[in-house]
Ligand binder design. Sequence first.
Ligand SMILES: Cc1cc2nc3c(=O)[nH]c(=O)nc-3n(C[C@H](O)[C@H](O)[C@H](O)COP(=O)(O)OP(=O)(O)OC[C@H]3O[C@@H](n4cnc5c(N)ncnc54)[C@H](O)[C@@H]3O)c2cc1C
Length: 319
Amino acid sequence: MGIFQRVGRPAILAASRSPRLRRTAERLPVTRKVVDRFVAGETIPDALYTVGALRDSGRFVTVDYLGEDTSSVDDAERTVQAYLALLDGLARRGDADTTVRPLEVSLKLSALGQALPRDGEKIAYENAHTICAKAREVGAWVTVDAEDHTTTDSTLAIVRDLRTEFDWLGTVLQAYLHRTEADCREFAASGARIRLCKGAYDEPASVAYRDAADVTDSYLRCLRVLMAGSGYPMVASHDPVIIDAVPALAREFGRGVDGFEYQMLYNIRDAEQRRLAEAGNHVRVYVPFGDEWYGYFVRRLAERPANLMFFLRALAERR
Ligand SMILES: Cc1cc2nc3c(=O)[nH]c(=O)nc-3n(C[C@H](O)[C@H](O)[C@H](O)COP(=O)(O)OP(=O)(O)OC[C@H]3O[C@@H](n4cnc5c(N)ncnc54)[C@H](O)[C@@H]3O)c2cc1C
């Protein structure tokens, strides 16, 4: 395992929890410049502008209103209102509701109140239900993001409940967790849409693979389970090893272009996104927007030394 993986990544993710560092980073004008590389603006019109450009280039979207670890019922309610307004904005685009819906929103249950000390899980369920009902009305999909491993049981329980009413609801599973192959078996058998990613949090060895090669191996095992199942696999990765493995797996399990999709983050490997879309695949781009960008931004820095260097260079060069 490289020094960045072993030391740099955990240190950056730990620093992300320091409120002082957060305030400092948020105040630096240069941060904004670097943040703009990963985030599609702060407002719904900003997000819709990016959605328009991506749809014009033949890509699908999933839009995420940034925010996590909400600490009050009112903040959770504000997040719900933002999603309802976002879904209204997406509805006005009028993209056709096909078997594979081009428009989707992604949400974090912690932004909907999951961690609130009183009735957090119930509040998050009800808030997510409100958003799903609106998505159904406008013909969009919803996928629930995966957060740190202490939330996985609660998140999957909420998703199972919601899926009894909204069977198109998807969820994210993280290949770095030891438990995920079993979770893939369960959800693949129930016909769910599953977004498989490697995982972006700093997890202990007791619950997660920590070596990059082990994570990739686990990813490929999980993807095989999803491809073999009756659900809809969403291959969320920028890793060429994973992307190159997909066509053979799809062929083996008789899946055509409507039977799975590639997914990548906004502005990461953009040329590869276009190449896959131009070749006739469904490619969905995860488009984050909003002013609560700090957690998302730090996870992107922690993923790749080049991103951190880009940020540090911009800091060093500021006048
Ligand atoms: C659509 C989508 C949704 C996601 N949702 C979640 C979630 O809910 N929960 C969660 O824990 N994680 C989520 N992630 C993040 C994911 O877990 C990984 O942290 C991230 O995708 C990096 O892993 P990778 O598979 O791309 O492979 P890596 O091995 O990390 O990267 C492979 C290559 O991709 C490129 N690349 C990867 N990351 C970056 C970057 N930040 N900047 C520039 N280039 C990069 C580089 O060329 C790199 O060499 C999501 C990712 C995607 C694509």
